[in-house]
Design a protein around this ligand. Structure first.
Ligand code: NAD
Length: 482
């Protein structure tokens, strides 16, 4: 089991105490009580992790693809077996409800399932007789040592967007999980070890900016997979690319949900609520802006307020809870400042979540702001908490113009009963993941996670065929036998 007091690192197949003297205290967001201490890895330890990954690459990249896939099958079986325990760990360090954690872990398992298909997914292409007596083939090879840098909001699933595909394609990996939620990463390391992954193929180091910068500029790191906020994603993209690495950097979001006046309001509103407030709004696919299109605006606000009042705030461990805490007290404070600021900029506070009796936990109730305009900070910034802005548009053209003026382009959804509106939306909305009568349009693992604009920096996205291409490089061989 994991060390809950002092979080270890995992380097070259060994769980190790860090030599660092400084450590963060990790609280349970529902109680504020310390559950672990996290020493940051030293620069030497990070070098050791990269060196272990570099060494392991020599034999792992030569291991037959079906044998690598067998490790994934065993890893998947272990994940299935431990799903409750893994979910409880996510709830403990992140605060989300147990149901949300189960959903997260199952989504992670989907990526392992996908990676089990590596022998098929890694196949190249060939063409016989491209000229007289000459054949040509494209072959895929792993790229080398991959660094993964992940956020706090999906401590189990987001590392799994990367690890199974990266390693099954023959790469080795150094993970630097969020310093706010480092525990799930260590459990993943234990299960990979139990699944028979050779030492050094997967490593975990801890820390914040310094650790990330060391990985981004390390001469032995070939590729960087990043998921986090937009400004950091932009920085990661530029810095890693400037150091000659291939990079995919998934950023933040401001997802709009259009509710057309031809939509069934009673059926649609619960989806908007669950999109906005699920995972306490700390989701890159959270619908944080609801746009009432046509005459539906006032009725939409009433329905949303009614549904939001049904949410049950509490610790994620209580099965009745539908809205858990946010990750830290400082983030809660920042969200309250956003709500105060929106009010002073003229937004109307319909549902006020600022006063919640949550003891020392970091609880913020569901908050709905009406009359939000594109001039307000609350619309421009990603808030990343249980705060929903409501806006109005007279028709679909105006709604699409509003949505498309966002600097983000992760997800957008439409609720409508009109095929014409849905088609217009599908063709014209400038976001990479779209939902039609779906509140959280999360692609399955065999499709890529396709953010646009400031929600993604790079060329090849996470998961799906994109991820196979990201973690491999091609060779084209042209052959003639004389
Ligand atoms: P974050 O950007 O603060 O941190 C992400 C990672 O980057 C962490 O490991 C952190 O240690 C590191 N980091 C942070 N600041 C850094 C800096 N200045 N230099 C180097 N490294 C740095 O993100 P977070 O608060 O942990 O996570 C929430 C964010 O992640 C939200 O913006 C959310 O939308 C985004 N997110 C996006 C997706 C997606 O698929 N697009 C998925 C999940 C989360």
């Amino acid at each position: 089991m994991i060390a809950t007091r002092t979080v270890q690192s995992y380097i070259g197949g060994k769980f190790r105490e860090s030599r660092a003297s400084k450590a963060d205290q990790i609280p349970d967001p529902a109680t504020g009580q310390t559950i672990a201490s996290l020493p940051y890895s030293t620069a030497e330890e990070i070098d050791e992790a990269v060196a272990a990954a570099k060494k392991a690459f020599l034999s792992w990249s030569e291991t037959p693809v079906p044998d690598r896939a067998q490790v994934m099958f065993r890893f998947k079986a272990l994940f299935d077996q431990h799903i409750e325990e893994l979910s409880a760990l996510v709830t403990k360090e992140n605060g989300k409800t147990l149901d949300e954690s189960r959903g997260e872990v199952k989504r992670g398992i989907e990526v392992i399932d996908f990676a089990c298909g590596a022998p098929t997914l890694m196949m190249g292409q060939s063409l016989d007789q491209i000229a007289r007596g000459i054949d040509e083939e494209l072959i895929r090879f792993p790229v080398g040592v991959v660094a993964g840098i992940t956020p706090f909001n999906f401590p189990n699933m987001v590392p799994l967007w990367m690890i199974p595909v990266a390693i099954v394609t023959g790469n080795t990996f150094v993970l630097k999980p969020s310093q706010l939620t480092p525990l799930s990463a260590m459990r993943i390391a234990e299960l990979l070890q139990e699944a028979g992954l050779p030492d050094g193929v997967f490593n975990v180091v801890h820390g914040a900016n310094d650790a990330v910068n060391q990985l981004l500029t390390h001469p032995d790191v070939a590729a960087v997979s990043f998921v986090g906020s937009a400004p950091v994603a932009a920085y990661i993209y530029k810095t890693a690319a400037a150091h000659g690495k291939r990079v995919q950097a998934l950023g933040g979001a401001k997802n709009h949900i259009l509710v057309m006046d031809d939509a069934d309001l009673e059926l649609s509103a619960p989806h908007v609520i669950s999109s906005a407030f699920g995972n306490a709004g700390q989701r890159c696919l959270a619908g944080s802006v609801a746009v009432g299109v046509g005459k539906i605006g006032d009725a939409l606000v009433r329905e949303l307020a009614k549904d939001a009042s049904q949410l049950k705030i509490g610790p994620g461990t209580d099965p009745k809870t539908t809205l858990g805490p946010v990750i830290r007290g400082a983030r809660k404070q920042k969200l309250i400042e956003y709500i105060d600021g929106a009010q002073s900029e003229g937004a109307r506070l319909v549902t006020d979540g600022r006063q919640v009796d949550g003891g020392d936990g970091f609880f913020l109730g569901p908050t709905i702001l009406d009359g939000v305009t594109p001039k307000m900070t609350v619309w421009k910034d990603e808030l990343f908490g249980p705060v929903l802005s409501v806006m109005r548009a007279s028709d679909i053209d105006e709604a699409l113009e509003l949505l498309n003026s966002s600097t983000y382009g992760n997800m957008a959804s439409i609720f409508t009963s009109s095929g014409k509106n849905a088609r217009e939306f599908k063709r014209r909305a400038q976001a990479g993941m779209l939902g039609v009568n779906i509140g959280v349009a999360a692609p399955m693992a065999f499709f890529p996670f396709t953010g646009w604009k400031n929600s993604f920096f790079g060329d090849l996205h996470a998961t799906g065929q994109d991820s196979i291409r990201f973690y491999t490089r091609h060779k084209v061989v042209t052959t003639r036998w004389l």
